[in-house]
Design a protein around this ligand. Structure first.
Ligand SMILES: [Fe+2]
Length: 394
């Protein structure tokens, strides 16, 4: 078997407690006016928006603000782009959760490529290729989850079509990913829980993806161990900076891994579920992860009892539980049980709480099959299995 792969990532990743102080200096390298795209509080509340604005102004960088509410739609991007153009912004600082980072990423890409989001959007747009590197932009993640600070796609909703799709190009990568784990200490427990489950899910799906390769495997492996240990602690005590640091690192690793390896069935469902029901992305991921891991391992074992990918599921079970003595099916079952217990322990709501009912399963499955993540799932899951996965998450 031969090995060949591409690996794209951000050229400058600055990680560490207190490194947020460098924001102004870094942004000044991109231009004199920045569009600050954020979903982390409001201007004037003395929180992170004010702190970021102050750091930018101290470095001589003017600030225009775009407050991102909820997950970004193409209309949000058009609004933010108009603000950037009107204010003469040369650079973008996106600070917050994945929604703010994806919005900033899309705006930075369109600032230099012209046109609007639908010109470039996959699946539901015209799917044209971006040709120019995005405007100089800095990603400052706050919630440890999506890893959007190092991914090359921005997920945008198209409300009229009930669908989410990506702008995707390595030209969208930020110039700097600035990750300061201390910024997460004020993130509420429920957001910490579902964001962290998204990161863990991305690590696991990248590790077992059809597109997995040695570097993404190494990163995912490290991230899975850290997230499994740190997530319950970060949720129980938001001030636990060691746990926050491990989760920030796990999210970063998940972003590099997924961006280069692809994901799987959980994320195949996540886009259409999030577009059709008011379910946060991390909640979908958390509830679908245990049944998808169990189903993938079971279908692989049906295909061949010695399927080479099964060893990865056994290794996953050992890494999640920290029990290196577990063998064969015992290791896989322990991994699934660990994930089920974690989701319950973190009080993640069920998908039926958001209105998903069995009558909606067929439409969701049809949409999921069109999603780009589904083709990276390690095995093709039949509709009956996908229905059973949804039933277990409801
Ligand atoms: Fe995700």
């Amino acid at each position: 078997m031969t090995t060949s792969f591409n690996l794209f990532s951000v050229g400058h990743i600055l990680f560490g407690r207190g490194e947020f102080r460098q924001l102004g200096t870094l942004a000044a390298k991109g231009g004199r006016t920045a569009l600050l795209v954020t979903n982390s509080g409001e201007a004037g509340d003395g929180g992170l928006v004010d702190q970021a604005s102050q750091r930018l102004r101290e470095a001589g960088v003017g600030v225009a603000l775009h407050r991102q509410r909820g997950e970004p739609t193409i209309h949000d991007i058009e609004t933010a782009l108009a603000t950037a153009r009107k204010s003469g912004c040369q650079t973008v600082v996106a600070m917050g959760g994945g929604s703010a980072l994806d919005a900033g990423k899309a705006v930075a890409g369109l600032m230099t490529n012209g046109g609007g989001p639908l010109d470039y959007l996959e699946v539901v747009g015209r799917g044209e290729k971006l040709r120019s590197p995005a405007a100089y932009w800095i990603a400052v993640p706050i919630t440890a989850g999506t890893g959007a600070e190092v991914t090359r796609n921005a997920v945008l909703g198209v409300p009229e079509r009930g669908f989410k799709a990506s702008l995707r190009s390595e030209l969208l990568l930020p110039r700097v990913a600035l990750i300061d784990p201390e910024l997460a200490v004020g993130v509420p427990a429920a957001v910490t829980a579902r964001s962290g489950m998204d990161a863990l899910c991305q690590l696991i799906e990248a590790y077992t993806s059809r597109g997995a390769q040695p570097i993404t495997d190494a990163l995912a492996w490290e991230g899975i161990g850290r997230a499994a240990r740190a997530l319950p602690r970060a949720v129980a005590d938001g001030q636990d900076c060691d746990a926050r640091e491990d989760m920030a690192l796990a999210a970063l690793l998940s972003g590099i891994a997924l961006s280069n390896a692809g994901l799987g069935a959980v994320h195949g469902f996540a886009a259409p579920a999030g577009a059709n029901y008011p379910i946060p992305h991390g909640t979908v991921c958390a509830r679908l992860l245990p049944p998808v891991v169990a189903a993938n391992a079971a279908v692989l074992a049906e295909e061949a009892a010695d399927h080479p990918l099964l060893e990865k599921y056994r290794a996953l079970g050992r890494q999640l539980t920290g029990r290196t003595d577990l063998q064969k099916n015992e290791a896989i079952e322990a991994g699934v049980r660990f994930l089920e217990d974690l989701v319950d322990q973190l009080d993640i709501p069920r998908l039926s709480d958001f209105g998903l009912q069995p009558e909606g399963f067929a439409a969701l499955i049809a949409l999921a099959r069109r999603s780009s993540s589904m083709r990276y799932n390690p095995v093709t899951l039949p509709d009956t299995v996908l229905e059973e996965i949804l039933r277990q998450a409801c």
